[in-house]
Design a protein around this ligand. Structure first.
Ligand SMILES: [Zn+2]
Length: 345
């Protein structure tokens, strides 16, 4: 089969790789019908050393089950399924708590001998823990929105849930990428009345307004912090959802959080060290939370609103490429020509 490999920064290729085969009775083979490129895929696209490549890539997909191991009971051949961006057994203590990204048997796609999502097929190692059957066909108009359940919608929702967003909280969302925009949609879904979106790409922040942002702040750094404070009576917001991962976004986060509030991060951090002292977190009794979203935990909860059209998170896709177009999809997202690229293998 053909799949995407990343050879190093700026070097993504689509090549022939071995066909996946079932290795465990808990596994399933899935023919990918829709996948996508993630903002987090741009991190290795910027910085990966050629010494670490070539490596498979991609962690969001929908596909048709082609074969299952003898222990698999929840999906069968022919089912259209969505997979979360991490795999998990569905049975361990963490999975039962809804923290599948800490599953004791879990892991991430495109690591070790596990396939990446940006290819023609994937071996899903723990099918019952991972795959969720979708009640539509592979050509449904809902596919883009359903595909967001694999990562960006679940991740935006996780940010809002960890941040404790409800109808009594005001919210700032930092970042106008797909996760930031879907964090806006999630905050709206959880009842927040004021949602300030910090982002500077007008096309994206316009979609953010459609998703529920009440205010948009294009300024960054101290100027952006001052603007958010101005919009919130000088206090900042109860919750800040940080969907970027770089240090300036974190600095903005503690700049705009209200005393007693919570910063919830879902942008993959690009640093291990950051301020936690009096001037950042300690002085205002700020809670810092967030992490890799257990997207699997939210699929059943978010699915009905997509099926009945209440929300349309698939609007974050503004480009579609076939497998050969994947390298150009990376280039377009990196150049900010595209917000998020859908891949149809
Ligand atoms: Zn588990």
């Amino acid at each position: 089969m053909r799949a995407t490999l990343i050879y190093g920064a700026g070097d993504v290729r689509v090549e022939q790789v071995p066909d996946p085969v079932l290795k465990q009775p808990t596994g399933a083979l899935v023919r990918v019908t829709a996948a996508c490129i993630c903002g987090s895929d741009l991190h290795p696209y910027h910085s990966m050393s050629p010494a670490d490549g070539p490596a498979r890539i991609g962690h969001e997909f929908i596909g048709v089950v082609e074969d299952t191991g003898s222990d698999v009971s929840t999906v069968q051949k022919g089912d259209l399924v969505v997979a979360p961006f991490a795999f998990s057994d569905g049975t361990c203590e963490y999975c039962r708590e809804g923290l599948q990204t800490s599953c004791v048997h879990g892991g991430f796609w495109a690591t070790g001998d596990v396939d990446g999502g940006q290819g023609e097929a994937v071996r899903a190692p723990l099918a019952d823990g991972i795959l969720v059957k979708l009640p539509v066909g592979p050509d449904s108009a809902l596919i883009p929105s359903l595909l967001t359940l694999s990562d960006v919608f679940g991740t935006g929702y996780h940010a809002a849930v960890r941040g404790g967003v409800d109808e009594r909280t005001t919210v700032t969302v930092i970042g106008d990428g797909a996760v930031g925009l879907l964090a806006v949609l999630s905050a709206k879904r959880l009842g927040a009345e004021q949602i300030v979106l910090m982002g500077r790409h007008k096309g994206r922040t316009d979609l953010g307004r459609e998703f529920g942002a009440t205010d948009v702040v294009a300024e960054r750094g101290e100027e952006g912090v001052a603007k958010v404070r101005e919009l919130t009576g000088g206090q900042g917001t109860h919750v800040v959802l940080e969907a970027v991962g770089h240090m300036p976004a974190y600095e903005q986060a503690y700049g705009v959080v209200r005393a007693g509030g919570t910063i919830s991060r879902v942008g993959v951090p690009q640093c291990e060290e950051a301020p936690i002292g009096f001037g950042s977190l300690f002085g205002g009794n700020i809670t810092l939370t967030g992490g890799p979203a257990p997207a699997r935990a939210y699929i059943e909860e978010l699915l009905p609103d997509i099926l009945d059209g209440t929300v349309e998170p698939g609007k974050v896709f503004d480009r579609t490429v076939d497998l050969d177009g994947v390298p150009d999809g990376y280039r377009a997202m990196d150049a900010r020509e595209a917000l998020k690229a859908l891949v149809t293998p």
